[in-house]
Design a protein around this ligand. Sequence first.
Ligand code: BDR
Ligand code: CA
Length: 308
Amino acid sequence: KDKVILDVDTGIDDAIGIILAVKSQKFDILGITTVNGNVSLDTATSNTCKILDFLGVDDIPVIKGASNPILRNPFFEHRIHGADGLGGALKNAPIKNQISDGFAPDFIINSILSFPGEVTLILTGPLTNLALAVKKCPQITKHVKEVIFMGGVVKGVGNVTPTAEFNTYVDPEAAKIVLHAGFQTLIQVGLDITRKALLTKEHIELLHDKRLAQYISESTSDYQQKYFARYGVHACAMHDPLAVGIAIQRNLATMVKHYVDVETKSELCDGQLVCDFQNRLNKQANLHVCLEIEVETFFNLFVRILNS
Ligand code: BDR
Ligand code: CA
């Protein structure tokens, strides 16, 4: 099994990503680290504990990380994820505390250095924890196996501002540190493909575990309505589960390596990824950018794992 750390800002789709990762049985999940993002650090952390408890899992440590972006103020996404971050699902679930001591960036560093070349990071929130880890211990970039993050958009439009995706918008300084850290394999799963991974009622109906189906249906129901209001489709995007899916099965996505930077100094465009498709800057490629995705294969995998 591949050793992984999930780094999450547990909102609706992060939670489904966690479920997919746990149920896939593909990973030895060393820990789940939490970060400020969709919701506050504390809410992201308690949502993560709720989901693990829902899955009956009590042997994965949850480690808290950054409560703020590197330089900026938090910017929550309650419009999409609801006041509690899970769209109102598991509202009354008791929070079984499985929070471990420690700080997420240190946990990331120690795990990578303990298992050099073996640890994959899957990040589905702002990149603050990883950026802090890189700052503190730059050599982790040489010892991590792979880094896969959900964030940014390179060809399409943003989902917070006209040009920026939420995770890179919330902490562009962190994204900049990560992009320029010198990772061997840094994979971006951005809106260009995640917007195509649309979960519908029909997918949920295929799930055998009715408790799980009920949870996903309840958690995504408002999110689907928001999606309908904006895009006119009865569905919602599985941004974060797709990053997990690509970690499970790499050939779901077609990726190309390019030089990519992020805007941090523009009132209008902060958080926008700029991909040098034509190598005009003549810089070394730093990011595997996912441009196409096998949507049907992803949902077959998704349903198969959730039914296992
Ligand atoms: C990303 O932002 C969050 O709202 C989602 O959890 C996902 O990580 C999509 O832009
Ligand atoms: Ca997220």
